[in-house]
Design a protein around this ligand. Sequence first.
Ligand code: MN
Ligand code: MN
Length: 460
Amino acid sequence: MERANAWKKYEDTKEVYDFAEDYRRFLSQCKTERECVAYFAEKAAQAGFQELDALIAEGRTISAGDRIYAVNKKKEMVCFIIGSRPLSDGMRILGAHIDSPRLDLKQNPLYEDTELALLDTHYYGGVKKYQWVALPLALHGVVVKKDGTVVNVNVGDKPGDPVFGVSDLLIHLASEQMDKKATKVIEGEDLNVLIGSIPVETTEEEKETVKKNILDILLKEYDIEEEDFLSAEIEVVPAGEARDYGFDRSMIMGYGHDDRVCAYPSFMAMLAAKDVEYTSVCLLVDKEEIGSVGATGMESRFFENTVAELCALSGNESSLFLRHALTNSRVLSSDVSAAFDPNYPSVMEKKNAAYFGRGVVFNKYTGSRGKSGSNDAGAEYVGWIRRILDERGVNFQTAELGKVDAGGGGTIAYILGNMNMQVIDSGVAVLNMHAPWEIISKVDLYEAYLCYAAFLEAEE
Ligand code: MN
Ligand code: MN
């Protein structure tokens, strides 16, 4: 039972390439969860979405067709289009995450060693540490000063910017390193980013004058001092744009496809939706890569509280009305899937693997060691999904992450499932998942967009 290659259905691929080009630009520009939220919030406002807090402050009521968004602590976001049915009939929710694996600066990061200035890091999410050395890196994030001033940092990606990086050992002296296990070749404490090498001129016997020079530059360019790193969030990410990949330009290589390749088409499907029957939702969360924890992760009460506010604005403050709105909802919990890699066939089971070009991927279940930690979508729900996609001619495939005992992974799906919603894992297949440069197929991205649009507009 093989699924069709989606490229074959397009006589004219212009719409596929145009959509992918807009996505490529977005991905090149937005390398942190904060940058994604800022980008989507601006686009939402331009498209007539109103900020929830403003509606509450004005004492407004809401009705069908209203477009609303809410931002949580600059790292998580949700958009709504109010449907013609009451909220208690349930919502159609597109969920995805906007955090990606990277290196975060430690709170006390700056030091000097042998007249080199470096920044110490703590990696975020599941990374093969040896992949993060000897490549150009950029610094993106914020420094918040004691008076509340937020200083934006974004260096390494603009033309003419310097880049940074973590050094690797030269092959000539690596005989011992080359015998180590891959988990030990580069260890967490080896991920130190080199940022300068000029000692500043001093008259006295001053030490650490390279670090001093860097601090002088930071003071001049950003008006920050060393102690301000204590309240900073600076992410070290691969430097450079996402690029077309392959002679046929059918793929994109970029940083952070996981999971912005699902977040972007989810959001774009929201922008395109109108006159929806069920309230449409696009939920873009943080912290998925470290377990969906904390205030801005899927485990947070933010989403439930925001829906409660909407219920109240629609004139229904009873807690039962909110419970109905949640329980009757349907969710596409979108995250990337592992694309079949001809270089590593041994970890895949070919009948149940995701392939580039075969469209949006559905995982009935995820998890590891016997589906542990999985949301297992009900067969009735999967049947409905098949129908609404076939009716629209959207190409889709079904997959597991890999062979049963090869490993596994989790997503935000089970957390929405805990609210008793109907949830299925869906998304786009990725090669090089969690590497600095991941790869996706442009037609899979476009089929995901078509799938999300079909989902928001589908009848019962
Ligand atoms: Mn993911
Ligand atoms: Mn991931």
